[in-house]
Design a protein around this ligand. Structure first.
Ligand code: CMC
Length: 391
């Protein structure tokens, strides 16, 4: 009933009011709670930014310590959750394992599914999620390699502990490279929120049905997995490696993009019609990190050539297609020793505080259930035909 406006892909439809992230796609501006992404990426820690997104303000020293301490206490997983990992073949894509394990948390913390839970209980779920997602991610990786699962070392920082659980070995000293820790911290901050993107809108719409935070985040993880969204970071590195392996020139590859035979993954964005400010930071970080680690990756040269060719080509100029956050991030992840099917998992860990903040904002504002309308294009009415009379 009433007048329905059609806007497939929600290109012009605002679904909510939000005070979390400001994005100006024409000018390439991104701010979390008013703070420019450039400042946060160079000065803050990921947990500081997570606090800012979730609770609205940068934490004081004691607020941050308290937040960290609460997270530290909950990094372990219930022993039975190991069976969730065992249930998957080692070839399983870690994004599927990640969302399933997050869904399974509803079973271990049944209070979380109560829509009448009070704010303290909700806050407990927030802390548990922040604490457990890196453990789940690391365990799914270890399981896929047939390696022993590493229990968290709560004394370590957030990024340090994650790296330890991923790459440490029992009864062996684990040396953390500060360059790797710093790189991870920066990447997580750059991915932490991006207003009403596909996975965040998914989290909000699932949450709007008063589904639990765990269920909403699991849904967000599945949306993020798509190659047009977070899954693009895996696609980019695979594209660069394919270009290298096949020996095709970047010029010829760009020609294939222009005839729409392939998409240039890591390029284009629904909102940015200018440089993605995150891509600018990541490109510079990529050069720095590879230099510091002494890694020479031909993929970086190919990426730079593709970028240069695209930015001066009318196809990309007319359509305002620029590199996005995913174009260079995979090259960094690879240099840090991560397998390409884990890149989107990294994105999910980074995006978690944003998803949580958006779910909490929706809950605090008591937003109504999300329920888009449609323009019906099917038959008007017809009579049932019995099966023997159908052709
Ligand atoms: N390569 C080649 N052509 C492209 C690309 C690309 N990567 N992106 C858009 N175009 C073309 C598209 O074919 C269309 O051309 P035409 O007008 O001739 O039909 C025009 O540009 C507009 O594209 P669209 O698909 O209508 O734009 P959209 O806003 O619906 O899609 C996008 C945005 C990000 C899905 C798209 O640019 C894309 O598929 N990019 C590659 C995947 C990617 O890198 N995704 C990551 C996005 S950023 C981080 C994240 O969300 O996770």
């Amino acid at each position: 009933t009433g007048y329905v406006t059609l806007d497939t892909g929600y290109k012009n439809t605002g679904a909510t009011k939000s005070a979390i992230t400001f994005l100006d796609g024409e000018q390439g501006i991104l701010r979390y709670r008013g703070y420019p992404i450039e400042q946060l990426a160079s000065k803050a820690s990921f947990l500081e930014v997570s606090y800012l997104l979730i609770y609205g303000e940068l934490p004081t020293t004691s607020q941050l310590e308290n937040f960290k301490e609460r997270i530290r206490k909950h990094t372990n997983l219930h022993e039975d959750i190991k069976k969730v990992f065992d249930g998957f073949p080692s070839s399983a894509h870690p994004m599927g394992v990640l969302s399933s394990a997050v869904s399974s948390l509803t079973a271990y913390y049944p209070g979380s599914i109560d829509p009448t839970a009070n704010d303290d209980e909700v806050d407990m779920t927030i802390v548990r999620l922040m604490a457990k997602l890196p453990t789940i991610a690391a365990w799914s990786y270890r399981n896929s390699k047939g390696q022993p699962l590493m229990y968290p070392k709560p004394k370590l920082g957030y990024c340090e502990n994650f790296l330890y659980m991923m790459f440490g070995q029992p009864n062996e000293d684990f040396e953390l490279d500060p360059v790797v820790v710093e790189a991870l911290n920066t990447l997580f901050i750059l991915h932490a929120d991006h207003e009403q993107n596909c996975s965040t809108s998914t989290v909000r719409i699932v949450g709007s049905a008063h589904a639990s935070l765990y269920s909403s985040i699991a849904a967000g993880i599945n949306a993020l997995w798509g190659p047009l969204h977070g899954g693009a970071n895996q696609e980019v590195i695979e594209m660069l490696e394919e270009i290298k392996a096949s020996g095709i020139s970047t010029k010829d590859y760009i020609a294939k993009v222009k005839t729409k035979e392939v998409r240039l993954m890591g390029f284009g964005h629904r909102v940015y019609k200018n440089f993605d400010p995150r891509a600018k930071i990541i490109k510079k970080a990529c050069d720095d990190i590879l230099n510091k680690l002494g890694v020479k990756d031909p993929a970086l040269e190919i990426a730079k050539e593709l970028e240069q060719a695209a930015l001066s080509d009318p196809y990309f100029v007319e359509r305002k297609l620029y590199p996005n956050v995913d174009f260079y991030s995979g090259i960094i992840y690879k240099a840090l020793g991560l397998r390409s099917d884990l890149f989107t998992v990294m994105f999910a860990i980074g995006r978690l505080p944003g998803w949580i903040a958006q779910w909490k904002e929706l809950r605090d504002a008591k937003e109504p259930i999300g329920r888009p309308r449609q323009i019906y294009t099917g038959y008007t009415e017809r009579d049932y035909v019995s099966i023997d009379k159908r052709k």
